[in-house]
Ligand binder design. Structure first.
Ligand code: ADP
Ligand code: MG
Length: 351
């Protein structure tokens, strides 16, 4: 079934998509329906983050279902709030849509957003809707809260701190490579139905990522306050360099400690890509990268899903990766072997 957006009009569309949306957080005083949402954050600090997603720059609807796109768009906002050691509470969704899209398409998109919000305890409290001449434009703003003395910035990493990372790296990037390859192979077919058996994890990481609320919660439960933190959306190397630059420190990480999943390794081999380069530079991981004081070594080692990959050093010592054969290589945002990342062109403009 296809219902044209024009048949509902702007107001009809907004109420069709949002009438059933309910709010549940005590900090949400007024959600959708007035000129502005009203929030009340008593003694907490308020965190705000925005993402702009443009069709064909940030997503490709050939292989991304709108429901998954909605889910991922919301998750990426939550991830930014967790990276400040906060908890996301509200979300606004703004969309510019061309005639190519039907009311049913937008229903799918909202289903994905609502499902993510439900799972993470976030209220949808507003947005804006406009027609557009081409494609789909999405802007998501996420609002969260944190205790003032618990907010974790990028600029407080100290010499001797341990460098930690959650989950595994590079899998979402390999998922994207896989989708791009299948798209090229199947481009003449009407339906995009490639066989992804045995590669489900990579696809899941690319198409349906999760934000690491669980890591934030277990750090807090264990009374561990990171000295600095960032979420990994542009690759480990680039994010670690952000922390080092803003904290005015250097770092050493060890190639053999970078967590990589089996399917990622298999896929990198098939694609003839350097696995470490993939893990250092692949985007969309949504894992957390953080530093903790050395004194917390034992405590942090015991938390499941967290990997110690190196430590912070003085700024003068620079930023390095120690390879498996014990060679020190300068860490750069493009990785230490940029040649094999050439295929990433276009990705680089993504922010
Ligand atoms: P205004 O003219 O003040 O921009 P709108 O008519 O655009 O108001 O929006 C009416 C209400 O619906 C507001 O509460 C707004 O936040 C909400 N809203 C509009 N578009 C969306 C959307 N795409 N998703 C969620 N809420 C929306
Ligand atoms: Mg409006």
């Amino acid at each position: 079934m296809r219902t044209e957006i024009a048949s509902l009009g702007e107001f009809g569309l907004i109420s069709h998509l949002t009438d059933h949306i309910q709010v549940s957080n005590p900090s949400t005083i007024k959600g959708i329906g007035d000129d502005a949402a009203v929030l009340e954050y008593k003694e907490k600090e308020v965190l705000i983050t925005t993402d702009l997603l443009l069709e064909r720059i940030h997503f490709d609807l050939t292989y991304v279902a709108l429901k998954l796109l909605g889910y991922k768009a919301a998750i990426s906002g939550f991830s930014d709030i967790y990276a400040m050691n906060g908890q996301p509470k509200q979300l606004t969704v703004s969309i510019g849509v061309s005639k190519r899209f039907s009311v049913e398409d937008l229903e799918e998109f909202y289903m994905g957003i609502e499902y993510a919000c439900e799972r993470y305890g976030v209220d949808i409290v507003g947005g804006d809707t406009s027609s557009s001449l081409t494609g789909l434009t999405i802007s998501i703003t996420c609002i969260g809260e944190a205790d003032k003395d618990k907010i974790v910035y990028r600029n407080q990493a100290k010499n001797t701190d341990l460098i930690c990372v959650s989950g595994d790296l590079g899998s979402a990037y390999m998922g994207l490579q896989l989708l791009e390859r299948e798209k090229a192979i199947h481009q003449d077919e009407k339906e995009f139905t490639p066989d992804f058996a045995g590669k489900e994890y990579l696809l899941e990481r690319q198409l349906r990522p999760e934000a690491r609320k669980d890591i934030i919660d277990s750090l807090s439960k264990n009374n561990i306050l990171p000295s600095s933190m960032i979420d990994i959306s542009d690759g480990l190397a680039s994010e670690l360099l952000h922390i080092c630059k803003q904290s005015n420190v250097g770092c050493v990480i060890y190639e053999e400690r970078i967590p990589i999943d089996y399917q990622t390794a298999m896929m990198a081999e098939q694609f003839n890509m350097n696995l470490t380069t993939v893990a250092l530079n692949g985007g969309d991981d949504y894992e957390l990268l953080f530093t903790v004081p050395l004194a917390l070594h034992e405590k942090i080692s015991q938390i499941e899903g967290i990997h110690l990959i190196g430590h912070i050093v003085d700024a003068e010592e620079g930023t390095h990766l120690v390879t498996r054969d014990q060679t020190q290589i300068p860490l750069t945002a493009q990785g230490w072997n940029p040649v094999s990342m050439e295929e990433e062109e276009g990705e680089e403009e993504k922010e």
